[in-house]
Design a protein. Structure first.
Length: 364
């Protein structure tokens, strides 16, 4: 005999949260007394054994489930997979580190039960609440991001950067194909994508201190925020990865010239040798920064990093040849030198981006 689905699924995206999972299950059990609930821990293949511990707890408590993601990373994608794996009418997303106040979940459920709300957001910025769990710099960054999100994306929330919210499952079923699986700000994506139809309510909460471990957020989260803004403002017409790839390539021009100057100053007489060395250095620079930023969600390490560098050097060498070839063909047709040069540069950039994405970072 099959059991009916619970009323509420709580999604906990996790990476190296083994120390926090048992405490989170206990806290949810106390906070959700009287509500039929389950917790789905979505683990990005943590090396600390988060998924193994979660499954062990689940073997004794049917309310605890685990999704172990192999070869996929990112908080947004983990949240989406967890929500889509639920059969409950209501799904909540919160941090696995204890910084979100689980006692607010019952009030969120009550809001959705009234059938007048589709999305309930726990906000740090209403009724005099402040994000006291943040450092001063992170709090300031969060506030600026909130201002930009509200003005540029017309998201009418006091805290669109919150990571603590609850919604009806049919909402995520409808919006999921339009959401980005990359980045950290899944609520902003949901609110921006469904802003014309979603009925939203907000409840105040205080951002608490992490139970154990370290935060996964760093300065590069700003890139994820920029990616989401660009995607929504352009209706996904502009690839943020390509823009970032080109920006990294632009810095590589400066590195190329600096390396060329240094090799020349060291007394290397052959310009061909000078240019070759400078090109190798610039390509290596581009690879390191693309690996760190453009493909931060698929970052290569260890031997995979070394292999990726060699393949990237080869790909970009072919790109350089295609650059010269296309520019020469355009120039032979009569346009001015700068049009020919621009055409060659665009060809080289598109080649380098498309091929390196497929064979170095293996993105579709």
């Amino acid at each position: 005999m099959t059991e009916p689905a619970p009323e509420l699924s709580v999604i906990l995206p996790a990476f190296n949260e083994r120390a926090n999972i048992p405490m989170m299950v206990e806290r949810l059990s106390r906070a959700l007394d009287g509500i039929d609930w389950e917790v789905i821990v979505v683990d990005d293949n943590s090396p600390d054994g988060t998924s193994a511990l979660t499954r062990d707890i689940g073997s004794r408590d049917r309310r605890v489930r685990c999704i172990r993601r192999v070869g996929r990373r990112g908080l947004a994608g983990a949240c989406i997979e967890g929500m889509l794996a639920s059969s409950a009418p209501y799904v909540a997303v919160m941090d696995a580190d204890g910084q979100h106040d689980e006692t607010l979940l019952a009030a969120m459920v009550a809001k959705l039960r009234q059938c007048e709300t589709d999305l309930v957001v726990a906000s740090r910025y209403i009724d005099g609440v402040t994000d006291s769990g943040f450092s001063a710099s992170r709090a300031k960054a969060s506030q600026w991001s909130t201002v930009l999100a509200r003005k540029l994306l017309k998201v009418e929330l006091t805290d669109p950067m919150s990571g603590f919210f609850m919604l009806r499952r049919e909402v995520i079923d409808e919006l999921a194909p339009k959401l980005s699986t990359q980045g950290f700000k899944i609520l902003l994506d949901i609110a921006a994508t469904g802003r014309d139809t979603l009925r939203v309510a907000e409840l105040p909460f205080v951002f608490g201190a992490r139970l154990h471990g370290e935060s996964k957020l760093d300065a590069r989260v700003a890139l994820d925020f920029g990616q989401l803004l660009l995607a929504k403002l352009s209706n996904d017409a502009i690839s943020y990865r390509f823009v970032l790839f080109c920006l990294v390539g632009a810095t590589g021009v400066g590195v190329h010239m600096a390396a060329l100057y240094m090799v020349h100053a060291l007394g290397v007489e052959s310009f061909g040798v000078q240019q070759t060395i400078a090109t190798i250095v610039a390509i290596a620079w581009n690879y390191v920064f693309n690996n760190a930023y453009t493909y931060r969600d698929q970052r290569l390490a260890g031997w995979a990093f070394v292999r990726g560098l060699l393949v990237f050097e080869l790909v970009c060498s072919v790109g350089a040849i295609s650059n010269v070839g296309v520019a020469s063909l355009i120039y032979a047709g009569g346009p001015s030198w700068w049009i020919a040069g621009l055409g060659g540069a665009v060809m080289g950039a598109v080649w380098n981006y498309a091929v390196s994405a497929a064979v170095v970072w293996k993105t579709p």
